[in-house]
Design a protein. Structure first.
Ligand code: FRU
Length: 520
């Protein structure tokens, strides 16, 4: 049956249901470098439509750049083991940000110098002169060279063959303050001033710095921004980019500054952002912007940065993990995954400034195997199991209307007395993610817990989009105004149910999709 053929029928609950089986022939061929089945993409905690490395340890996304139809994803990678160490840049490419082809490691640790996080740009016409051919484009990586317990400085590497092979620049470093902590350069082309801009972190000074260059090699200091917002944890992986937004005054460009730093949950790392203006020299916070504001309210979203050179939209990719327990998560032979890429936009906030709206880039319709649609389901102080619709690779799009219920929501990956709950407390207007009973929570004391975020209802309704993928659960509320990414390590549970407590809630509409794998 192909994706255009629908079969309509009624299931036991008397609900209109649509089965939509899709043709998987357009899935791209994957290069799977690991032959070990245990750690292959069938392993029980392996995400089926999120990115994870073929084997070994991965953390931050690096060098996100779009070039000639390919999205490049480089990432912090340990080629030799499942814990952090020997940091190098792993590499994969994709044409749609969902199906990935693994490529060989791009940049290896060498002579005791690790390759820490950084970015990549396309130097059109090779103006830097780094690549051999003067007229060809040159892909340039700007990364932090890290010498353990000694120094961090900014260095370059370049590729003349679409990122397939790389050479480190013989004149490295290009920016060195002789500091132990000075890292994670994000470089982008600043159209208005016609130069490259670098934003880079001084982690323990809660500061980012801006530098400018004409050739990616010589950098001139511009300004500092910092000592505001959340200063509970060091600042890492900054990013700065413009987003166009509609205001009463017409269309305006606002600048978003992201910093991985103290998070919304005490004692855990997370990400905050600032909104203001950037004139090519200085970032000035919007006077009406009230900091801190957080990118995600789960525990597993960190080091996210955006793609360079995608025309017309801004795509963010983050590491779905947390340094508090990242090295202990119970995954065999591989560790670490990326959250779904998100498209960013801005909307007005309640203070007269702006806030981020994030929508997962989800061209997964080709991955939807079977779908069911529901309308106006009343749940009165009870729990409704979705039985045969349950699974561990799912997409659920739902709209709830509380009608007396004190609490209502969804439980996923249920079974053997375990489960993960995502629910809403009506009186307090709080959304909660509870993974205390989600399965294996004992591998690290910091893992078990709940996350909460204040989420106002929109015209009396809560709109929830939930993605389940074996060990990752992503929640987007109110059309991307709030998000929560969390890992869970269920035994073999897959049950899903809706519930309401202390009264009635209506699911005004819902779509439940079983999803296939991008790694088959
Ligand atoms: C963030 C980070 C970066 C650093 C990298 C090292 O997760 O600590 O600041 O460059 O990881 O792997």
């Amino acid at each position: 049956m192909n994706r255009n053929q629908h079969r309509l029928f009624y299931i036991g609950l008397g609900l209109l249901t649509i089965i939509d089986a899709c043709n998987s022939s357009d899935r791209r061929q994957m290069v799977q470098t690991s032959n070990d089945l245990e750690i292959g993409y069938q392993e029980r905690y392996r995400p089926r439509y999120h990115f994870s490395p073929p084997e070994n340890w991965m953390n931050d996304p690096n060098g996100l750049v779009y070039y000639k139809g390919e999205y490049h994803l480089f990432y912090q990678y340990n080629p030799y083991g499942t814990k952090w160490g020997h940091m190098s840049w792993g590499h994969a490419v994709s044409q749609d940000l969902i199906h990935w082809e693994h490529l060989p490691v791009a940049l290896y640790e060498e002579d005791g110098i690790m390759i820490f996080s950084g970015s990549a740009v396309i130097d059109q016409g090779n103006k830097s002169g780094l690549c051999d051919q003067p007229a060809d484009d040159c892909m340039v990586a700007i990364y932090t060279a890290h010498i353990e317990d000694s120094v961090q400085y900014q260095s370059l590497a370049f590729s003349s063959d679409h990122g397939r092979t790389w050479e480190k620049y013989a004149g490295n470093p290009v920016l060195d303050l002789l500091k132990k902590d000075f890292r994670d350069p994000k470089v982008f082309w600043h159209q208005q001033s016609g130069q490259w801009i670098m934003v880079v972190a001084l982690p323990d000074e809660f500061t980012v710095q801006f530098y400018a260059s004409n050739n990616l090699i010589d950098w001139k200091y511009l300004s500092d921004f910092g000592q505001v917002g959340n200063m509970e944890k060091i600042w890492e992986c900054p990013d700065l980019f413009p987003i166009e937004v509609a205001t009463d005054r017409g269309r305006e460009i606002k600048w978003v500054l992201l910093v991985s730093a103290g998070g919304p949950q005490d004692d855990y790392v997370g990400m905050q952002y600032f909104i203001g203006n950037f004139d090519g020299i200085k970032f000035q916070l919007d006077p009406a912007f009230v900091a801190p504001k957080y990118v995600d309210y789960g525990k597993d979203y960190y080091a996210a940065v955006t793609y360079n050179h995608i025309p017309n939209n801004r795509v963010l990719v983050g590491w779905a993990n947390n340094w508090a327990y990242a090295q202990d998560i119970p995954t065999p032979g591989w560790r670490g995954a990326m959250a779904l890429p998100r498209e960013l936009s801005l909307i007005a906030d309640e203070n007269g400034s702006f806030e981020l709206r994030q929508q997962p880039i989800f061209k997964l319709s080709g991955l939807r195997i079977e779908g069911h649609r529901f309308r106006d389901i009343s749940i009165d102080d009870t729990e409704l199991s979705l039985d045969s619709l349950s699974g561990r690779s799912m997409e659920l799009n739902m709209q709830f209307r509380p009608d007396g219920a004190k609490e209502f929501g969804i439980k996923v990956m249920q079974g053997e007395g375990n489960g993960t709950s995502i629910f809403y407390r009506t009186e307090e207007e709080i959304m909660v993610f509870d993974r205390r009973n989600s399965g294996n929570v004992s591998f690290n004391d910091m893992f078990s817990g709940i996350d909460t975020v204040q989420v106002p209802l929109d015209k009396g309704r809560l709109n929830l989009r939930v993605f389940i993928d074996h060990s990752i659960v992503e929640v987007y509320a109110q059309n991307g105004r709030f998000s929560i990414v969390n890992q869970v390590f269920p035994k073999d549970q897959k049950g899903i149910s809706w519930y309401a407590k202390g009264g009635k809630a209506v699911i005004t509409k819902a779509e439940v999709w079983k999803l296939g794998s991008v790694w088959d």
